[in-house]
Design a protein around this ligand. Structure first.
Ligand SMILES: [Zn+2]
Ligand SMILES: [Zn+2]
Length: 176
């Protein structure tokens, strides 16, 4: 399948956010630092606790969309996520290639993140189908993923989970 570059990258940002480990209270700051290339240069990444709560809400909504099991649920959850977005698209070539950004360049970190994630995820669902989103089949994982394989055959969030499951299945066959 052929993803639009920015849209496909933005959906990866959404997936990363949904899978972020939220146990550490500093997780939001760490997530923002790890994805700093998504924010306009100079955006303040130090957030108030309420802002951190909004980021957690966005993360949960992305996960809810990926876990939805029918089109009606997907649409309802996508709309909940989109309601948090403040799209203000503009064209840019800051990386040498003309593409669209979804959020105002001068918006705060939370608005940039929520808007980019909501728009990126919706774009992929609308263009390629919600069946492209899934939850990892590896035992005890639970991460969500977007399937960009040509024949939509992906079942795991990562190569690590895929090979872990292959080994586990092999051992189970040996025991049988
Ligand atoms: Zn860009
Ligand atoms: Zn996994």
């Amino acid at each position: 399948m052929n993803y639009d570059t920015y849209g496909s990258n933005a959906v990866e940002l959404a997936i990363d956010l949904a899978n972020a480990d939220r146990d550490d209270p500093k997780w939001v700051r760490e997530f923002l630092d790890a994805h700093v290339e998504w924010f306009t240069a100079g955006t303040a990444l130090e957030l108030e606790p309420a802002d951190a709560g909004s980021v957690a809400q966005t993360a949960s909504l992305v996960r809810d969309v990926a876990l939805a099991e029918n089109g009606a649920d997907v649409m309802a959850r996508l709309n909940e996520l989109l309601a948090l977005a403040s799209p203000k698209p503009y064209a840019t070539d800051h990386d040498g290639e003309l593409h669209l950004h979804y959020a105002r360049p001068d918006a705060g970190a939370v608005e940039q993140l929520t808007t980019t994630v909501a728009m990126g995820l919706s774009q992929v669902v609308v263009q390629h189908g919600w069946q492209r989103l899934g939850v990892c089949s590896a035992e005890g994982c639970g991460n969500v993923y977007v399937d960009t394989s040509r024949n939509a055959s992906r079942r795991y969030c990562s190569n690590t989970c895929a090979s872990r499951s292959t080994v586990a299945a092999y051992r189970a066959r040996q025991r049988a």
